[in-house]
Ligand binder design. Structure first.
Ligand code: NAD
Length: 318
């Protein structure tokens, strides 16, 4: 397995892909970035434009790439495919994006690629399982962006409401990156204090359950709100993908709610779904099987069932 080259290949240079390319350029992540897209001309233009940002940020070689450039890449990021339109769910993108993912993965694997696939294209949990199946790579080497973005959204909401730095908030959104995702409030910590305790300490009469419900709905609907306002979402996911990329390249052992294959954790098998997991240069090295309360367990089951049904419908589940 390639764990050292620090070379990233991005496939899909649209709103998400180009925002990710800009983010990793500014953050100094990786040593080399190759960009692939069916719109070759734009990849050439973007490579030149991004290279102009390199002198003031990081040393990196950035270029328009072809599939053969994947052979020694440490990470291939997939953000090619149709985005959601107004009123459309992520699951409705499945048919159009599945064939495209198959073709991309076959092209990458023909080069002898043996690094990590990081998938962002929606519906991300289903398509990450497709990448796992089509690539034949071990499960640790195939990762979806899962609910990393949704977790960032939850922490932002809590941070704004409580006046605490989002980086001191340990709270997770789990499940499908979609309408059945849910917040694990029972385990949420503000610094060392349980979130529920923090809220009732502030005001003993505070309606905590109402607040939890309202916040979960707000987080879940954020993507729809952004799409209604500007057509698509890309900066948040770009930053989340950059964080996952850094965890891999810098061997950070970071805990993030990526989409990963379950083998018994949370009493589920053979599905990719967003759960907290440890990520380092080998990819996902440990799934964290955290305790959920009874309601959260039910929400997880519902979310897992939605994914399983979709996987079955496209022959990706036995
Ligand atoms: P976009 O339309 O702006 O870009 C898609 C790009 O893919 C285009 O540049 C297109 O030319 C390219 N493309 C299409 N077929 C290709 C192929 N076979 N090979 C190479 N490139 C190809 O869309 P976007 O807004 O960048 O969204 C991309 C995907 O990311 C969508 O599926 C969207 O739903 C998803 N997304 C995921 C998250 C997340 O949290 N996982 C968040 C936002 C968007």
């Amino acid at each position: 397995m390639n764990t050292e080259s620090r070379k990233i290949i991005l496939i899909g240079n649209g709103c998400v892909g180009s925002s990710y390319a800009f983010a990793i350029t500014l953050l100094g992540i990786g040593k080399e970035l190759g960009i692939i897209d069916t719109n070759k001309k734009k990849t050439i233009g973007d490579a030149i434009d991004l290279s102009d940002a390199v002198s003031y940020s990081s040393q990196k070689k950035i270029y328009s790439a072809d599939y053969q450039d994947c052979s020694d890449a440490q990470i291939v990021v997939i953000s090619a495919g149709l985005p959601q339109k107004e009123g459309q769910t992520r699951l409705e993108l499945l048919n159009s994006n599945l064939n495209l993912i198959k073709e991309i993965v076959e092209n990458v694997m023909l080069t002898g690629f043996n690094g990590i696939f990081l998938v962002a294209t929606n519906p991300v949990d289903i398509l990450t399982k497709a990448v796992y199946k089509y690539s034949g790579l071990p499960k640790n080497q195939v990762i979806g962006s899962g609910t990393v973005l949704d977790t960032a959204r939850l922490r932002k909401e809590l941070s704004q409401d409580l006046g605490v730095d989002a980086r001191n908030i340990h709270a997770y959104i789990m499940g499908e990156h979609g309408d059945s995702e849910f917040a694990v409030f029972s385990q949420a910590l503000i610094g060392p204090i349980k979130l529920r305790e923090w809220l009732t300490d502030m005001n003993p009469n505070f309606d905590v359950d109402f607040y939890f419900n309202k916040t979960e709905i707000k987080v879940r609907n954020t993507a729809y709100d952004i799409i209604n306002l500007k057509g698509s979402t890309y900066y948040g996911i770009a930053r989340s993908l950059a964080k996952i990329t850094k965890a891999i390249l810098d061997d950070d052992n970071s805990i993030m709610t990526v989409s990963t294959l379950l083998e018994g954790e949370y009493e589920e098998n053979d599905i990719y779904i967003g759960v907290p997991a440890v990520v380092n240069k080998y990819g996902v090295v440990k799934v964290i099987d955290m305790e959920l309360d009874e309601i959260e367990k039910k929400k997880f089951k519902t979310s897992a069932k939605i994914i399983k049904d979709r996987l079955k419908s496209c022959n990706l589940q036995d």
